[in-house]
Design a protein around this ligand. Structure first.
Ligand SMILES: Cc1cc2nc3c(=O)[nH]c(=O)nc-3n(C[C@H](O)[C@H](O)[C@H](O)COP(=O)(O)OP(=O)(O)OC[C@H]3O[C@@H](n4cnc5c(N)ncnc54)[C@H](O)[C@@H]3O)c2cc1C
Length: 409
């Protein structure tokens, strides 16, 4: 079709951006393709940064995506690393960057999120966040110097960092403001159950703890709590969540509200699409707006967004069952769906690091949490995708449980 784009620009050269440009070539797009990323590295994978990279990796390792280094040769992609998009003019079809302007007739926004920092700590050495490779290198170097380590935030990233630190022989303290961690991700009982993994592995997790100050003049010396307690620290890692990287879109006219707001097809405006951690779209499968910070979504959503971008007249809705995993102390935690209410344990228990728990919304199976049940979680994810009922999920769980019991008899 003559109106189909011939000059596509993708901003954000990480998982979503990389998958998007690869998908464009896979579906036969032959026009211009530019991938703009502010990092100097070729696109690389982030999950290993808080896991093997901190725990055991070689400091020179980069988990580059396959094909990332030769995108120009293999996919005719104009990859511009070290280039930060600073604004976009939608009417003119121009992205301004730190090194000049780039024209487009269709744009895919994939700028992800930025880790939240503690206000007033920018001048202090030894206070880190973990979002990119350079962050991971700095944290790893401090861990190798056998730092007194405090982690602020007991979410998934903070917990993975604690687990890696233990593996390296450190004794981190985790400070969590909420009385129970991860309530929004897995419910109150789910968060409390998972949090016990820290104490089982000898980590001092202090919940309901407000940090009042990071003490130090040039470099961190301690973390002071609201009750006056000071915890000595020469390495503080802040894991208190992330915000969508949308500052470059502030004057664009796009709707920005906890991410780039898109319709069901991932369209933010005419010829403007978004995918990955930065995108907030209405998920038709759950009939509600969502913005996910999950690896699986970023890749799948980017492929879908690119296919719609290249064929906008036949754009299709993006329905997705959220899925993420996290690794703590050698245990694999997985979640599929959405955590409505409290988990109903159908097999195992938290304290044996082996469990399946389900979440319901009305008559429907809404979510599933698993610890060390890699074979089970995807089966529940399929049921959620099919809008399976709660009763069917319980019947399925009973069958699995009986099968597992006889396998171990
Ligand atoms: C340490 C860590 C561990 C994780 N572990 C897991 C896990 O175990 N399981 C799981 O499901 N998910 C995990 N995730 C989440 C997963 O990695 C993300 O969902 C995924 O990286 C999102 O991809 P993205 O491309 O949308 O965004 P990002 O990976 O955030 O990439 C966005 C890119 O855009 C660039 N950018 C931003 N602004 C601009 C601009 N103005 N101009 C140019 N470029 C710009 C950024 O520098 C970045 O390179 C983890 C994330 C981190 C940080």
């Amino acid at each position: 079709m003559s109106d189909d784009p011939q000059n596509v620009v993708v901003v954000g050269a990480s998982l979503a951006g990389m998958r998007a440009v690869q998908a464009a070539r896979e579906v036969g797009y032959t026009g211009r393709l530019t991938l703009i990323g502010e990092e100097v590295h070729h696109p690389y994978d982030r999950p290993p940064l808080s896991k093997e990279y901190l725990a055991e990796g070689d400091l020179t390792t980069i988990h580059e995506f396959p094909g990332a280094a030769d995108l120009a040769e293999s996919a005719d992609v104009d990859l511009r690393t070290g280039t930060r998009a600073t604004s976009v003019d939608l009417d003119a079809g121009i992205v301004s960057t730190s090194v000049g302007t780039v024209e487009f007739d269709a744009l895919l926004i994939a700028t992800g999120v930025r880790a939240r920092r503690l206000p007033g700590t920018a001048h202090l050495d030894g206070v880190h966040v973990l979002r990119d490779l350079d962050d991971a290198r700095n944290i790893r170097a401090a861990m190798d110097a056998r730092a007194n380590m405090v982690i602020i935030g007991a979410g998934f990233i903070g917990s993975e960092i604690a687990s890696a630190a233990v593996k390296r022989g450190l004794e981190p303290v985790i400070l969590e403001a909420a009385h129970t961690p991860l309530v929004r991700a897995v419910g109150e009982a789910g968060g409390a159950g998972l949090a016990r993994m820290h104490s089982r592995n000898g980590v001092d997790l202090r919940c309901g703890t407000a940090v009042s100050e990071i003490v130090g003049s040039d470099r961190v010396e301690a973390v002071r709590l609201a009750d006056g307690t000071e915890i000595p620290a020469d390495l503080v890692v802040v894991g208190i969540g992330a915000d969508p990287a949308t500052e470059w879109l502030d004057s664009s006219g796009l709707t920005i509200d906890n991410g780039v707001v898109c319709d069901e097809t991932l369209r933010a405006a005419d010829n403007i699409w978004a995918a990955g951690d930065v995108a907030r779209w209405t998920n038709p499968l759950f009939e509600r707006p969502m913005r996910l910070e999950h690896w699986t979504n970023a890749g799948e959503q980017a492929i879908h967004a690119m296919e719609n971008l290249l064929n906008p007249d036949e754009a299709t809705p993006y329905g997705h069952v959220p899925y993420f995993w996290s690794d703590w102390y050698g245990q694999r935690i997985q979640f599929a769906g959405i955590p409505i209410g409290e988990p109903h344990i159908v097999e195992g228990d938290f304290d044996s690091d082996n469990l399946v728990a389900l979440y319901r919304e009305g008559d429907r199976l809404a979510g599933a949490l698993a610890v060390n049940r890699r074979g089970d979680i995807m089966k529940y994810r399929v049921q959620i995708a099919k809008r399976g009922t709660w009763d069917a999920a319980l019947a399925f769980a009973a069958k699995r449980s009986a099968a597992n019991a006889s396998a171990h008899a």
